[in-house]
Design a protein around this ligand. Structure first.
Ligand code: B12
Length: 228
């Protein structure tokens, strides 16, 4: 496990978010890349993802919704974050374990940044994340779960209504590989299917525990209090 690198003060976290946000605002891709790399090297992936990127992405979305930021900023930032995150990914064989965790967005779901970010945190915990990405067909997901002999599967996205229509598919998947729903998908309650906490460190710890201890169907990993 290589989770903690350096600890940061609360003010340091706010400053880091502000710097990243300013780079997004200025559409300064090089600066944004530089800031993400420096933060990752100094404080590690957990801090980069949970302390900085998730709150910043949320803020970008809120500003976009209120018309204070253009869609251009959102697309630009998403593209850069995605490419920087990709460059942090080491091949899974360098992880200390061959325990694979499948991460995917259901059909029609394009918000795959969260699963890419989460995969960094799982890599640091010695797991081998397999990210199928946006808009994954159910058949492909089931086939990947079988062929990778996955220990756990995480589905993430913003549209719970869409997946509540395929509860049987999810129940079947869950019977073969423990399945967790993350983010807004959790609003869809399906018996026996786990729900990941919105606290990213807590969620990563929960997946690591399930992967290490085998099948625990129906686990809920809600944190005692929700933190960013
Ligand atoms: C980047 C972005 C996009 C990018 C996605 C890029 C990518 N490859 O991921 C693009 C441009 C493709 C996009 C498209 C759209 N988007 Co968009 N997008 C965003 C934005 C700015 C950031 C999303 C994100 O990654 N947030 C980071 C997440 C993790 O933070 P969060 O949502 O607060 O999640 C919290 C929890 O739910 C939890 N969580 C969420 N996911 C996960 C996953 C894991 C593993 C864990 C542990 C926890 C967790 O963690 C957070 C708290 O700690 C959000 C704004 C926002 N407020 O988030 C809008 C937002 C999600 N989008 C929105 C919309 C409406 C759309 C579009 C429909 C727009 C359109 N009209 O075309 C399309 C949808 C296309 C589709 N079919 O999916 C709305 C959703 C509203 C809703 N609930 O229905 C939002 C909220 C913007 C807004 N305020 O209106 N989007």
């Amino acid at each position: 496990m290589t989770v903690a690198v350096g600890s940061m003060s609360a003010q340091g976290v706010l400053d880091a978010r502000g710097d990243v946000f300013d780079a997004i605002l200025g559409l300064d891709g090089d600066l944004l890349k530089h800031q993400l790399l420096c933060h990752q090297q100094r404080y590690g992936n957990d801090s980069l993802v949970a302390d900085v990127l998730i709150p910043v992405l949320r803020h970008v979305g809120d500003m976009w919704e209120s018309g204070k930021l253009g869609v251009l900023h959102e697309h630009h930032a998403s593209g850069i974050i995605r490419s920087v995150v990709g460059s942090f990914r080491r091949p899974s064989f360098t992880a200390n374990s061959s325990t694979s965790v499948l991460l995917a967005c259901p059909p029609g779901e394009l918000h795959d940044l969260p699963i890419h970010l989460f995969s960094l945190m799982l890599l640091d915990r010695g797991l081998a994340p397999v990210v199928l990405g946006a808009n994954t067909p159910w058949k492909a997901l089931a086939a990947a779960a079988r062929s990778n002999d996955c220990a756990v599967c995480v589905l993430s996205g913003i549209n719970p209504r869409r997946i509540s229509r395929v509860a049987t598919v999810l129940t079947t998947l869950n019977a073969a590989t423990p399945l967790f729903l993350a983010g807004p998908l959790k609003a869809c309650h399906i018996d026996g299917i786990g729900m990941l906490s919105d606290d990213w460190r807590h969620a990563a710890a929960a997946i690591t525990a399930v992967a290490a201890h085998g099948i625990q169907h129906g686990v809920t990993s809600e944190a005692p209090s929700s933190a960013g």
